[in-house]
Design a protein around this ligand. Structure first.
Ligand SMILES: Cc1ncc(COP(=O)(O)O)c(C=O)c1O
Length: 394
């Protein structure tokens, strides 16, 4: 009996027909040697560009020493990275894991345990918002306010309630007797690059404070300088109790984390949470080098400046071409709401202009340049994007 061989990799992605084999700075190369301007940054992960020298050097040194040891031992780079994260945020203590979904899992677990162990209540419910995205594990897809992500995985994990995003009236039902936390993105990335209304967000924060409900901010896409500050919440005058991180934290080496206020962190004790790889020497060395370079070189400020330049130029294109409906986002997390299908712009960019960009929903083109991108590269992007707009107008 012969069986027909199927693709050895499960079909969980509709991949672009492109094989990338090399990356440096803002550029990547395919297996035929063709160069592309990469304004996807591995979906907001390679924030310092591909293979940044400082991170590479530190990781290479660590690879000469120790690759892995369990969390039963002290890990110096883990302690130093935790110190840096705490110094540069409103949090006090860090838990390390390996991905964004795991970071949000940790946030969900710590919120429930904080309510039950520290506050001494039975409350467990976490409020999240429509169009949010928090990950693909059973808990984080239940937290995600998008039915398409949840389809086929019933029964969903209980304990989540969804409210409309940016809707101040709906906040009257935010607090229920069993509510223990709110989890939200201050700019919804996957949901279409939708920034929170500052007044609405302040109202959420003050309701949380008033009712001792944890404010948990998912900074997995918005964090690590992407929006013009190290963390996006810092532009909104709020102080989260828990911050979840991943993507840009390791410059492409897998790492996730939550940073929590001391009173919340006290809910975890030996045995309540853990991860074999979480905070591993190589991953935390990459994280430490990344944040050190970012802070020392004020990369977030550079992202803010370059983001302003990008948006000002896009606004000129908007005046010229009907195809651009709206431009939104912050720093270098920019969404362009277009007429027609966003994927057609992305395909044209790749096939005809050697430019990699993304979608965020059916009609939003998402631009995620490395935060280190230069004005020359940005002008190259703008030149190509204008050519695409012209083509799409016909
Ligand atoms: C805001 C947000 N949260 C969580 C996640 C999940 O992260 P990961 O894919 O590393 O599990 C993502 C990934 O896109 C994200 O953008």
């Amino acid at each position: 009996m012969f069986s027909t061989k199927v693709d050895p990799v499960m079909h969980t992605y509709n991949r672009f027909p492109l094989t990338l084999v090399k990356g440096k700075g803002s550029f990547v190369w395919d297996d035929k040697g063709q160069e592309y301007l990469d304004y996807t940054s591995g979906i907001a992960t390679c924030n310092l560009g591909h293979a940044p020298e400082f991170v590479k050097g530190q990781v290479e040194e660590q690879l000469q020493e120790l690759w892995h040891c369990s969390n039963l031992f002290e890990i110096p780079s883990q302690i130093k990275l935790a110190e840096k994260l705490v110094q540069n945020s409103c949090g006090d203590q860090v838990f390390f894991c390996n991905s964004g979904a795991e970071a949000n899992e940790a946030a969900i677990k710590i919120a429930r345990r904080y309510a039950q162990k520290v506050k001494g209540t039975e409350s467990f419910e976490i409020v999240t918002f429509s169009s949010s995205f928090h990950g693909r594990t059973l808990a984080t897809l239940a937290a995600t306010g998008q039915e398409k992500i949840q389809q086929g995985f019933a029964p969903l994990m209980p304990g989540f309630r969804y409210l409309p995003y940016n809707d101040s009236e709906a906040l009257s039902s935010l607090v229920k007797p069993n509510t223990c936390a709110v989890l939200l993105e201050v700019i919804q990335g996957e949901g279409g690059v939708i920034p929170a209304n500052p007044e609405w967000l302040k109202k959420v924060a003050s309701l949380c404070e008033e009712h001792d409900i944890l404010l948990m901010i998912d900074e997995i896409q918005t964090g690590m300088g992407r929006t013009g500050s190290l963390f996006a919440y810092q532009q909104y005058g709020i102080e989260p109790d828990v911050i979840s991180l991943a993507k840009g934290l390791g410059s492409g080496i897998p790492i996730g984390a939550i940073i929590a206020k001391e009173k919340v962190a006290a809910a975890f004790e030996p045995g309540s949470h853990g991860s074999t790889f979480g905070g591993n020497p190589v991953a935390t060395t990459a994280g430490l080098a990344t944040i050190t370079y970012m802070v020392d070189n004020d990369i977030a400020y550079k992202a803010e400046q370059m983001g302003e330049y990008l948006v000002s130029k896009l606004e000129l294109l908007q005046n010229k071409y009907d195809q651009i409906d709206t431009i939104r986002g912050k720093g270098l997390l920019v969404g362009i709401v277009v007429k027609g299908n966003a994927i057609d712009y992305v395909t044209k960019a790749r096939e005809e202009h050697n430019l990699l960009i993304l979608v965020a929903g059916p009609n939003v083109v998402r631009i995620l340049p490395p935060l280190t991108t230069t004005q020359v590269e940005m002008d190259q992007f703008l030149f190509s994007f204008e050519a695409i707009l012209k083509q799409m107008g016909n």
